[in-house]
Design a protein around this ligand. Sequence first.
Ligand code: FAD
Length: 498
Amino acid sequence: MANHPLRIVIAGGGTAGWMAAATFARFLETGYEIDLIESDDIGTVGVGEATIPQIHLFNDALGLDEDAFLRATGGTFKLGIEFVDWFKPGHRYMHAFGDVGRDVGLLPFHQYWLRARSLGLAGDLGAYSLNTHAALAERMQRGPARTARTLPSMPYAYHFDAGLYARYLRRYSETRGVNRIEGKIVRVTRDGDSGDVSGLVLENGTTVAADLYIDCTGFRGLLIEEALGTGYEDWTHWLPCDRAIAVPSARSEKFTPYTRSTAHAAGWQWRIPLQHRTGNGVVFSSAHMSEDEATATLLAGLDTPAKADPRTIAFRTGRRKRMWNRNVVALGLAAGFMEPLESTSIHLIQSAIARLLKLLPGRVIAEADRTEFNRQSDFEYERIRDFIILHYKATARDDTPFWRQCRDMAAPDTLAAKIDLWRGNGHIVREHEELFTEVGWLQVLAGQGIMPAGHHPLADAISTSDLGEFMDTIDKLNAREAGQMQDHAAFVAQHCAA
Ligand code: FAD
């Protein structure tokens, strides 16, 4: 008995299910049997198109060829996110991946920028980011910048069709031995003594049993919530949006290598260019905007004709009280949900999978492993939550009740402390497990119009003329470098056309 392979059953075959299956297929080649149950009748959430650069770690770990993956998923490149009308109507800024400026000695670049800004010697932060220059010029390049000694390399992520990505990973997983079971789970059975999940009963009467269950059944959380009653921590008092309406439109001439997020009266709208279409959607608070109004806002914001009827998705922002409960680990929407403002959901799936692999149980699950998994997951979720709240909280908008509510709400203590630290002398501290870097926080804090009262005194050590020249040189080098890159559309056509 002790020698039988450990069985892992993945319930659900959306992005989360197939990402888990592919990773297990790759790293648990011996000693494990992996099943995945999904129901074509139920389908997947069918959205989720923008990512962050950490996706490279996942794809590289699986050994995926970048161009083949982009071809299979209609993918494009993403250098950052442009936020339009968030701070106030008519204002825009970029949260670009990669460095901003060059750190000098002990000080991060932004301390010099703050001083230069106060002297009228510096422009907006975007001028000092290579990714922002390249994004706005719609350029793309892989590998280190040509002037790598003076400029950093250019990190990027992707936009892709998440449905096609799941299909791609399904082929990968099935080729490597994952057993896909088509069927609807109608009942979850539990062991009378331990209370653990003991089997998943399918509509055809079969029971699938395992040592470890991965709940990837989407928002409902069939195992983690409906069977185990784990509980959900609701964050809608901080993030009041609770609906999305998505619609694909034709491919746009404006083939931007960045996601655009445009704030509207009660939420925001995304625009994501793919090779075969543009992904669009509105996220809104149903307490402040009707579905008809939201649909009208969405359609008015399209730059190409819609290719299907708009589809509404209801959600509740928050997270499961324990993402690993008993012998069930929840991934993806079953674990929690935060709106896709910073494209973090697919990342949260990949980091949870990595965490699970590190703490992978044998035949017996140690309580300490579960506790550690949940501690790390909670921390990761909370810091991302804070970052998303910042976009709403730090706004000068007071044109609608929605924005007044967001502006006036009490921020979580952890976020309030971050804002206070920045407001004083421009300090940003990142605790080591936080996803977003100092430079990410910097761009959103400054982009949302919060400027510190002072700067680090060491930034005064440089003469005013040297400071002005330093700023100017970085801006010019970035512009020159971006100007030499290939046009994004041409780059995609050459390397990875679907
Ligand atoms: P789902 O896609 O819902 O899959 C659930 C699976 O469970 C399906 O296969 C279904 O058939 C199966 N299932 C359910 N019940 C049963 C049953 N009883 N029996 C058998 N099978 C069952 N993420 C990003 O990273 N970037 C984005 O830009 C982004 N945009 C988003 C926009 C919106 C509006 C929303 C709602 C989400 C977005 N996401 C984004 C999140 C992303 O879509 C999800 O994280 C991702 O798709 C994972 O979904 P999932 O696999 O957990 O769930």
